[in-house]
Design a protein around this ligand. Structure first.
Ligand code: HPA
Ligand code: ZN
Length: 349
């Protein structure tokens, strides 16, 4: 297992220890794992014109002022994905990261509306993804759940049409989610979508409280009935909400490097994740869009160790929370937690 960060620095001792533990990652947009070399390769394959010619030029554009400036590049990047082989390679690349970093269970956001302008059907997307997932399940017992994620800058009627179009593929997904620009697109706009998804038996999560206010977290819980919140860091602005989240243990899938790259915090040293953890909230660490934000799961832990002084006990609690928050049957959850305890027993000290 690699013990260095993307920048070549060795991981700190806590992150090196965490690297060997079985972990879950629950907040990962598959399009956000499309790294520059693969992006350029697929653009060339399909002759998609891009304003970038080299890996260095693409990476120089990873310089965001806010969520929207990131999303502009993210959707441009995803527009190079056209056929089942592209989706296979994209998923294969991310699942290889899981294997390297000890992520035994991952929940991955798939956003069919992103591919619609290019005329790519959900059947094509899932053909490629399923092939890579099957290989990883059979090859090293990788556990994968897919989340059908909707784009909130589009009208609710479009989201409902996509939900219905996904009905033949219902068994591929564990949950629905809600992503993209948050500020002008509140949870209240998507109540029919969430009601329809609940009737279909999906688990429910939504991005809330990333750029939007703490009130959006409250609305996602009360109006959309979500079981989990993606990001949720602006809960720190509402003390009563923090008390409720600590007692309900509704999970927040926090993404530290993402929050710094999208200027939710100016510097990692200002991030509040460890305060949320120590207050008893079910928070855990995720990479969100690792190609764009400077690292995968372990790079997030490494930054928290370096800039927040994360201890081993805090890191372990974050890993336990990742399994507590997973959309899996309780028996499978118990198996993951037993796997974690066995690792700890077998590797004391
Ligand atoms: N927020 C909202 N939508 C997204 C994000 C994010 O951080 N990443 C990819 N889509
Ligand atoms: Zn996200």
């Amino acid at each position: 297992m690699s013990t260095s960060t993307n920048s070549g620095d060795p991981y700190g001792p806590v992150t090196q220890w965490l690297a060997k533990l079985p972990k879950a990652e629950l907040h990962l947009h598959i399009d956000g794992s499309l790294r520059a070399p693969r992006l350029l390769e697929l653009a060339a394959k399909h002759t998609v014109p891009l304003p970038y010619k080299t890996v260095e030029e693409v990476e120089a554009a990873y310089n965001f002022q806010d969520l929207q400036s990131f999303l502009d590049l993210y959707y441009l990047g995803a527009s190079v994905l056209r056929d089942a082989d592209d989706f296979y390679l994209l998923m294969q690349d991310y699942l290889a990261v899981c294997r390297r970093q000890g992520i035994v269970h991952c929940e991955i956001m798939v956003e069919p509306q992103t591919y619609e302008p290019q005329g790519v059907a959900l059947a094509t997307v899932l053909e490629g993804f399923s092939r890579a997932i099957r290989e990883a399940e059979e090859g090293w017992q990788q556990s994968v759940g897919l989340i059908l994620s909707f784009l909130r800058h589009l009208p609710e009627a479009d989201c409902l049409a996509t939900l219905t179009a996904a009905d033949p593929y219902r068994e591929h997904f564990v949950a629905i989610g809600l992503a993209s620009a948050e500020k002008d697109f509140p949870p209240a706009n998507f109540q029919n979508l969430y009601r329809a998804a609940k009737e279909r038996g999906y688990a429910l999560t939504a991005h809330a409280g990333e750029e939007g206010p703490a009130a959006f977290i409250r609305d996602a819980l009360s109006l959309l009935k979500v079981q989990r919140i993606d990001h949720g860091v602006r809960s720190v602005e509402d003390d009563a909400l923090l008390t409720e989240l600590a007692s309900s243990r509704v999970p927040l899938t926090v993404c530290p490097l993402s929050n710094v790259r999208l200027c939710v915090y100016e510097h990692m040293a200002e991030h509040r994740i460890l305060e949320l953890l120590d207050r008893g909230l079910c928070v855990m660490v995720n990479s969100d869009d690792p190609a764009y934000f400077g690292g995968d799961l372990l790079e997030n832990f490494a930054a928290m160790e370096r800039d927040l002084g994360m201890t081993r006990d805090q890191g372990l609690q974050l890993v336990r929370n990742s399994f507590e928050a997973a959309f899996v049957a309780d028996e499978k959850r118990r198996d993951f937690l037993a796997q974690l305890e066995k690792h700890l027993d077998d590797h004391p000290g």
